[in-house]
Ligand binder design. Structure first.
Ligand SMILES: *[C@@H]1O[C@H](CO)[C@@H](O)[C@H](O)[C@H]1NC(C)=O
Ligand SMILES: [Cu+2]
Length: 235
């Protein structure tokens, strides 16, 4: 029984939660990382994350791409086109979806996502005025196991990280963050870049006490929800 115990404890961690496992751009599916055994040189556009475990604090280093470092390849996407993230599994129905980008100044291998360069291109919090409900962005991911976002049409072409973040709020005052990143090369003729008010650092885009982070969705007082971090930049 001593040997069985760690297995019993570990199994639910794999069974619950989730992570982005592939991406669809223009009808083509780009395999992502499937989990749990990172290997060097895997021909995927996604930065390999070590596990499905939730991140519990906004300052955790894993907030940046769930701990993943660079990948050997990237996908091209035209500005104005949609990218769809796909989750093999997802288990929570309360909390927002946020999609972020970061302009790399050089090669992906040297693009560490550090500094005040992250901006949101998409988010969905709650609707309908009742937070203790399934009217949340993550409930759509629960249902469809997919999330589509448009790359802003006017965005300056170049190499970018794209970071899909699910923030699960089903436990009162106990946020759980699930962020993964992929490498995309945006094409087009735009020249727009977000202004400083749209940019932030990750980790560190909000404080742990931000009402969009540490919230009790069951206490019935709050009826509206504001996603943490800067406003979405649409170009
Ligand atoms: C493209 O993404 C936007 C969100 O940015 C969404 O509203 C729209 O439905 C998506 N279109 C498709 C065809 O998935
Ligand atoms: Cu979970």
């Amino acid at each position: 029984m001593l040997f069985a115990l760690p297995l019993l404890l570990a199994a639910p961690l794999v069974a619950a939660h989730g992570a982005v496992t592939s991406y669809i751009i223009g009808g083509k599916e780009y395999p992502g990382y499937q989990g749990f055994s990172p290997v060097a040189g895997a021909q995927i556009i996604q930065r390999q994350w070590p596990d499905y475990n939730p991140i519990m604090t906004v300052t955790d280093g894993k907030m940046l791409c769930n701990g993943g470092t660079s990948a050997p390849i990237s996908a091209q996407i035209a500005a104005g086109e949609n990218i769809t993230a796909v989750w093999k599994q997802w288990t929570h129905q309360q909390g927002p979806v946020m999609v972020w980008m970061y302009a790399c100044s050089g090669d992906f291998g040297a693009c560490d996502g550090r500094g005040k360069g992250w901006f949101k291109i998409d988010e969905m919090g709650a609707w309908g005025g009742v937070l203790n409900s399934n009217n949340w962005g993550t409930a759509i991911v629960y249902k469809n196991l997919k999330w589509s976002s448009k790359i802003p049409t006017s965005l300056k072409p170049g190499k970018y990280l794209i970071r899909h973040e699910l923030l699960a709020l089903h436990q009162a005052n106990t946020p759980q963050f699930y962020p993964e990143c992929a490498q995309i090369e945006v094409t087009g003729s735009g020249s727009a870049v977000p202004g400083g008010e749209f940019l932030t650092k990750i980790p560190g885009y909000a404080s742990q006490s931000d009402p969009g982070v540490t919230v009790d969705i069951y206490q019935g007082k709050a009826t509206t929800y504001t996603c943490p971090g800067p406003k979405v930049w649409t170009g």
